[in-house]
Design a protein around this ligand. Structure first.
Ligand code: ADP
Ligand code: MG
Length: 323
């Protein structure tokens, strides 16, 4: 059982950023609107995630670390139709199999909190303690029991960079959540969670981009797009600043990137890739999701409609503007 979990864990949890992604998504699913992520040594030796969400019931405690015992959704097809981000019910078991995990949690109803420790898939301790409502996960020494996997990690600086990129995407994909990111005792990011996307973009990407934003907004055939594109003057040399989210999920799509870039091209002499932050809402029955443990592939049943929506929304946002 433990070997199976370790092998499977390797597929899901490749690096510290994957731990952070899974734990933050759990916090969001638990209704948190304030989430603090603290890392040391690129997250390899230390990751702490604190949320003000629902907390975990005492009777659910050991269960949440069992594979598939708690899956919020059973079928991958439901993935984009439900509001919860978790669906496989395997993140916690995978993380607990390859690291030393400490969990402190309390629900609003419970008189006291619980502190639970698990390492290499083995329960180490469980006790009652006083603590505020919500959940804190500490993940120490990732891959401590699988040295071969640990060798594939990059330097702490590079791993911290992946986590920083992730925190930026999470911040703009969930503008209603206040995120704080602390790397080696330094606050790197702190968003207000005030649900004002422009404010959040300012916090995350700075004044230069935030002061050159143009609103993008359109509806067609039950599809909706809204968000911002930055004027060409602050465009970038690569696609890394093209952010878009479908039904709250960060994804990559060649089709959407192409629609953005084609619409943007006539307005920019120098750069091909704009900064964007676009939220798309697409009925889930129009999306084919192919779920692989490590990545999310997405295909549209109405690809042409999605392309046209994005293309025209971006084009008409820029048209007639002083750029
Ligand atoms: P999934 O998210 O797919 O259900 P996970 O292994 O990520 O599976 O999490 C297992 C379960 O643990 C969740 O379904 C949830 O019930 C509980 N859980 C995990 N993290 C939190 C949290 N931060 N707050 C409240 N409950 C949590
Ligand atoms: Mg999850």
């Amino acid at each position: 059982e433990s070997t199976i979990n370790q092998i499977a864990a390797g597929e899901v949890i490749e690096r510290p950023a994957a731990v952070v992604k899974e734990l933050v998504e759990n916090s969001i699913d638990a209704g948190a609107n304030a989430i603090t992520v603290e890392i040391k040594e690129g997250g390899i030796s230390f990751i702490r995630i604190t949320d003000n969400g629902s907390g975990i019931d005492e009777e659910d405690m050991p269960l949440v670390f069992l594979r598939h015992s708690t899956s919020k959704i059973r079928t991958a097809e439901d993935l984009l139709s439900v509001s919860s981000l978790g669906f496989r019910g395997e993140a916690l078991s995978s993380i607990a199999a390859i690291a030393q995990v400490e969990l402190v949690t309390k629900t609003a109803e419970a008189f006291s909190g619980i502190r639970y420790q698990i390492a290499g898939g083995e329960e180490k301790s469980i006790e009652h303690i006083g603590c505020p409502g919500g959940t804190t996960f500490i993940v120490r020494n990732l891959f401590y029991n699988t040295p071969a996997r640990r060798k594939f990690l990059k330097s702490p600086v590079t791993e911290a960079g992946y986590i920083s990129d992730l925190m930026e995407r999470l911040s703009v994909s969930h503008p209603n959540v206040a995120f704080k990111f602390i790397n080696n005792n330094q606050i790197k990011l702190h968003t207000s969670g005030n649900n004002n996307l422009k404010d959040i973009i300012y916090h995350v990407y700075g004044r230069d981009i935030a002061s050159h934003l143009v609103t993008v907004e359109d509806d067609a055939n039950g599809l909706n797009i809204n968000g911002f594109i930055a004027k060409p003057i602050v465009s970038r040399g690569n696609r890394n600043y093209e952010n878009y989210f479908i039904n709250g999920r960060y994804i990559k799509s060649g089709l959407i990137s192409k629609a953005i870039e084609e619409a943007f091209r006539p307005f920019s002499m120098t750069h091909r890739y704009p900064f964007t932050c676009l939220h798309l809402h697409i009925p889930s029955e129009l999306i084919d999701v192919n779920v692989h443990p490590a990545k999310l592939e997405i295909r549209f049943k109405n690809g042409e409609e999605v392309y046209q929506l994005v293309y025209h929304a971006v084009k008409s946002a820029l048209e007639g503007k002083e750029l």
